[in-house]
Write a protein that binds this ligand. Structure first.
Ligand code: AMP
Ligand code: ZN
Length: 467
C-alpha cells in the first residue's frame, strides 16, 4: 500500500508517516470551546480531522482519537488576561456555565452528524472532568522548577525551556520588543503563560476547584497536555488543530508535556487553514458568524458545505462566499444524482487506487475529486456503470460526500413508479414537445411542478424527480 505523507508543521515539510506502534495510530484533535455555537470555519477544522481519521481507516489502522471539549479556562484573550470564555458565555445568557457547556456541546455533536463526521473510535473528554490530571501535571512542572507564582496564578517560565521557540519558529527577541504594553507586568517573560489561575478574592466564580495553590481554575493549555497523556500516553502519533494554535496554544502544550513527561509529545503536527468571510477570519463575534444550521435554513445541504471545503486543500485558506457555495452545490447534487441513477446497479469491487494515493499525499482532496469527475465523465464504453458506482462509493468512504437520504428523496423516478394521473400528464407533455407545441409543454411542466414533480429534459431523456 502507498505511503502516507503529512505536512509536519514544526519541520515545515512533508514527512512519511511511521506509527509509534505497528498498525495503530493515536491522534489528539483540539476540540471546541463550548461557550458559543461553532461556526462553519470551526466545522471545516473538524471535517479536516475526519479526513485524517478516514485516511488511517483506509490504511487499516486501529485509530484511537480524542476530540476534547473545552468547558473551562479558555481566556478571552487567548493569553492570560481577560475573562474566562465559559463564565462570559454564562453571564451573557443568564445560565450556569454547566448549562451552556451542555447546550453547545449537544449542538456541536449535531453538526458533526450532519457533516458525516464519524465519532467512532473517538472519545470526547471534558476539561472539567480531568482537573486532578491537570493539577498533577502542574505539580510535576513545579517540582522540576518550571513554574513561578504571581498575584493571579501559577505561571510557566518559558525562559527555562531552551526549545520553547522551536515549534513555531518564534522570534523571542522581537516578541520582547513588542510586549512593552504587556498587561501583566509581574510576568517574567512575555511568552510565559498561566497554568493555574486563582479565583478573584472579591468574586464568586461558577467554576472553581481546590488545588495545592488555592482555589481557582486551570489555564487553557494544560487541559490538552493532561488529557492527551491520560487517554493516549506520553508520546502520541499525531496532534491536529487550526493554524491559529501554532504560536501559542500548541507551543505551550509542547512545553508543558515535554518538560513534565520528559518524552517527545507528538510525532506529527497537522494544522488546517481558516475559513475567511468578507476578508477576515470567521470568528465567534462580529458579523462574519455563519453556522452550519444557518446554511441549512437557507436551503443548503450540510454535505454540500463539506464538499465545498474539500475542493480546497486543507492548508489553503477558503474565502467563504455564497456564490462559491452555490457552484459547489450544483456539482455536489450532480454527484448524488449520478449515484441515485445507479441505484439498481451492483458496484464492482474495483477501488480506484489513485484516490487513496492522492489522499495519502497530505490529504490532497482536490486531486481525489478531480479524479472522480474524470471517471464519471468517461464514455459508457470506457467505463462500466458497475465501476462508476464502485468509484463513487470508494470516494465517499474517503471523503464522506454522499447522502443516501438525499438520493431517495430526489432520485430520478421511473415512469412505472408514478401515479397514473402524473404518468398521463408526462405522456401528454412529451406529445406536445414532439409536435413542437412549446407553450402547451411548458403549461404541463408547470402543472406537474404544482403537483410536486420536477421534470428536466436531459441528453439521456426526461428526468423526473420529486420536489
Ligand atoms: P474554538 O471553539 O474557538 O476553540 O475553535 C475550535 C477550532 O476551530 C480550533 O481548532 C480553531 O483553530 C478552529 N478555528 C477557529 N476559527 C476558524 C476559522 N475561521 N476557520 C477554520 N478553523 C477555525
Ligand atoms: Zn488543545
Amino acid at each position: 500500500m502507498t505511503d502516507i505523507t503529512v505536512f509536519n508543521t514544526p519541520s515545515r515539510a512533508k514527512k512519511v508517516f511511521a506509527p509509534l506502534k505497528e498498525g495503530e495510530v493515536r491522534i489528539y484533535h483540539c476540540g471546541p470551546t463550548v461557550y458559543h455555537f461553532q461556526h462553519i470555519g470551526n466545522m471545516r477544522r473538524f471535517i479536516f480531522a475526519d479526513l485524517v481519521h478516514r485516511l488511517f481507516l483506509a490504511h487499516h489502522y486501529n485509530v484511537q482519537q480524542i476530540i476534547n471539549i473545552t468547558d473551562v479556562g479558555h481566556l478571552v484573550s487567548d493569553q492570560n488576561d481577560g475573562e474566562d470564555k465559559m463564565e462570559k458565555g454564562a453571564k451573557r445568557e443568564g445560565k450556569t456555565a454547566q448549562e451552556i457547556a451542555a447546550m453547545y456541546t449537544a449542538d456541536f455533536m449535531e453538526d458533526l452528524k450532519l457533516l458525516k463526521i464519524s465519532t467512532e473510535d473517538t472519545r470526547f473528554p471534558k476539561a472539567t472532568e480531568h482537573i486532578p490530571e491537570q493539577i498533577a501535571m502542574i505539580q510535576s512542572l513545579e517540582e522540576k522548577g518550571f513554574t513561578y507564582q504571581i498575584t493571579d496564578g501559577i505561571y510557566f517560565d518559558t525562559s527555562k525551556d531552551e526549545h520553547y521557540p522551536d515549534f513555531a519558529h518564534l522570534d523571542l527577541e522581537g516578541m520582547k520588543e513588542g510586549a512593552r504594553v504587556e498587561k501583566n507586568d509581574e510576568k517574567r517573560n512575555p511568552t510565559d503563560f498561566a497554568l493555574w489561575k486563582f479565583s478573584p478574592a472579591n468574586e464568586q466564580r461558577q467554576q472553581e476547584w481546590q488545588s495545592p495553590w488555592g482555589a481557582g481554575f486551570p489555564g487553557w493549555h494544560i487541559e490538552c497536555s493532561a488529557m492527551a497523556k491520560a487517554y493516549l500516553g506520553t508520546t502520541i502519533d499525531i496532534h491536529t488543530g487550526g493554524i491559529d494554535h501554532v504560536p501559542v496554544h500548541h507551543t505551550n502544550e509542547v512545553a508543558q508535556s515535554e518538560n513534565a513527561n520528559e518524552a517527545p509529545f507528538a510525532r506529527y503536527w497537522m494544522h488546517n487553514e481558516h475559513v475567511d468571510f468578507g476578508g477576515s477570519k470567521m470568528a465567534k463575534s462580529g458579523d462574519s458568524f455563519v453556522r452550519l444550521k444557518d446554511l441549512v435554513a437557507r436551503g443548503y445541504h450540510p454535505l454540500a458545505y463539506r464538499y465545498y471545503t474539500l475542493l480546497a486543500h486543507y492548508r489553503t485558506k477558503i474565502n467563504f462566499s455564497f456564490e462559491a457555495l452555490d457552484a459547489a452545490t450544483v456539482a455536489w447534487k450532480r454527484l448524488n444524482d449520478t449515484f441515485a441513477k445507479l441505484k439498481d446497479v451492483t458496484a464492482s469491487d474495483r477501488k480506484p487506487e489513485q484516490f487513496l494515493t492522492a489522499l495519502s499525499d497530505d490529504l490532497d482532496t482536490p486531486r481525489v475529486i478531480a479524479g472522480l469527475w474524470e471517471m464519471l465523465k468517461a464514455h459508457p464504453g470506457d467505463m462500466s456503470d458497475a465501476d462508476k458506482k464502485a468509484a463513487l462509493m470508494y470516494a465517499d468512504s474517503l471523503l464522506g460526500i454522499l447522502d443516501p437520504a438525499y438520493q431517495s428523496e430526489h432520485a430520478s423516478l421511473n415512469l412505472d413508479e408514478l401515479p397514473d394521473d402524473i404518468k398521463a400528464l408526462i405522456v401528454e407533455r412529451q406529445t406536445a414537445r414532439t409536435s413542437k407545441n412549446w407553450v402547451e409543454a411548458d403549461r404541463l411542466r408547470d402543472l406537474l411542478a404544482e403537483k410536486g414533480y420536477v421534470i428536466k429534459d436531459s441528453s439521456e431523456g426526461v428526468v423526473i424527480t420529486k420536489r
